[in-house]
Write a protein that binds this ligand. Structure first.
Ligand code: ADP
Ligand code: MG
Length: 412
């Protein structure tokens, strides 16, 4: 529905532009021609009333494309009108000129006011294709006339129209850039708004799920203790409840920056902990992990629990990208004169398609059958809260490298 209404708006804008163009064109065309060829000569005392060429039939001929345009406006087929009208005008004009000059020794009269209008007003359609169509069509007409009539006089209008085209193109490019920046701002706002709404909903639902889940987990543990050895489903039930819990935790993050309680922690320990958590999954999938830590690392200002979450997400993604097994390389080093820490996680997995790169970190964006699409969103959020940066480079079918850069000392 939205799309339809957007199209309607575009349609209305194009219609306005077409009507404006047709009115101005015809006004100038008839008023100018009548003044130039008839009134002027009459006032000047000349007896010549014929303009030569197609003469009066020119005006009747020019009514044809106008009728066609009005008919199409009524029918609602408006996007081709400008092209058709200009093409018809140029063709009629060429014929008019040929009749007027071929076989005579008259010099080619330069420039036509409606052509100036066409070029200068081309930007009102905010359409680069149409602009080039106009500029090439009109300048091309003069080149053609010059060649046929072997008349050097065409050089003046060609130069004039080149300059005018330059001006019109500049205006058009400004229009485009202005419109682009407006749409960028609009998209950004829309995204923020969407995130805020999803965030509120997710937080409300998450909150409601938490309490019954805590009860469920408590009772399951209670049952397990009361009836040990009765069945081996209890650990699976508890594990699954924990999984729901961690999804709920992730949901609570959407669109909501958190206040971090910064404390000093060791990045080596955080990574080691993360690896212990993900080890089982890695082994199951035949993934080996290699860690390269450059030198002794300074303690890092962070909220340890959250950074653990970040690296669990990233390492899990790396493991999941290699269903046939492979190698993960984790490198940690100090950069930027001991101000920042770079942690890079490189896998040899399936990689990320170009069209998906922009979606990374959007809530619920996932390409996995049972993915939630919350991992990178939470990761981004936590790293933002730590005033850090995350950069993802990926080559399809070769692998992905995620660089996380964190300031070592937090300045509040
Ligand atoms: P989930 O893991 O639940 O799908 P994430 O937010 O963690 O959600 O990841 C979103 C998507 O980004 C994944 O579904 C996957 O397509 C892509 N992705 C993330 N990390 C990697 C990686 N290391 N290799 C390939 N694709 C990745
Ligand atoms: Mg994930």
């Amino acid at each position: 529905m939205k799309k339809g209404s957007n199209n309607l708006r575009l349609y209305a804008e194009e219609k306005k532009a077409v009507i404006l163009f047709l009115c101005l064109f015809n006004l100038l065309f008839y008023v100018w021609d009548v003044y130039y060829y008839y009134i002027r000569l009459y006032i000047g005392g000349s007896v010549e009333v014929s303009r030569g060429g197609l003469g009066l039939s020119l005006y009747f001929l020019m009514l044809l494309p106008l009728f066609l345009a009005v008919y199409q406006l009524k029918k609602g087929k408006i996007f081709l009108i400008k092209y058709q009208y200009l093409t018809a005008f140029l063709m009629i004009d060429i014929i008019d000129n040929l009749i007027r000059y071929i076989g005579t020794n008259h010099h080619f009269a330069t420039g036509n006011i409606v052509e100036v209008l066409c070029i200068l007003f081309a930007p009102i359609f905010v359409n680069k294709k149409y602009f080039w169509f106009t500029a090439v069509g009109i300048i091309g007409k003069y080149i053609l006339m010059g060649l046929i009539l072997q008349d050097i006089n065409v050089v003046f209008p060609i130069l004039l129209y080149l300059i005018l085209s330059g001006i019109a193109l500049t205006v058009l490019v400004r229009f485009y850039s202005y419109i682009h920046s407006l749409t960028d701002v609009y998209e950004e706002l829309k995204k923020k708004e969407k995130l805020a709404v999803i965030g509120q909903m997710a937080a409300a639902i998450g909150h409601e799920i938490r309490n019954p889940l805590a009860a469920l987990k408590g009772f399951t543990q209670f049952q397990q203790e009361n009836y040990p050895n009765t069945n081996n489903y209890f650990p699976i039930m508890i594990e699954e409840i924990d999984r729901i819990n961690s999804i709920v935790d992730d949901l609570m993050y959407i669109g909501k920056p958190k206040k971090i309680k910064f404390e000093k922690a060791s990045i080596e320990e955080i990574i080691a902990y993360t690896l212990s958590i993900t080890q089982q999954q890695a082994e199951r999938q035949g993934v080996t992990v290699e860690t390269i830590i450059a030198g002794p690392l300074p303690p890092l200002d962070c909220e340890e629990k959250q950074l653990k979450q970040v690296f669990i997400n990233l390492i899990k993604n790396a493991i999941e990208s290699m269903p046939e097994g492979g190698r993960i390389q984790i490198q940690v080093k100090v950069i930027e004169k001991h101000h920042k820490l770079l942690i890079s996680i490189k896998d040899e997995g399936v990689g990320i398609a170009n069209e998906n790169i922009l979606n990374l970190g959007e809530p619920f964006f996932t390409t996995k059958k049972d993915g939630t699409g919350l991992g990178l969103m939470v990761t981004n959020q936590i790293i933002n809260d730590h005033q850090g940066e995350i950069k993802i480079e990926s080559v399809l079918k070769e692998g992905t490298k995620v660089n996380v850069i964190l300031p070592i000392i937090h300045k509040s």
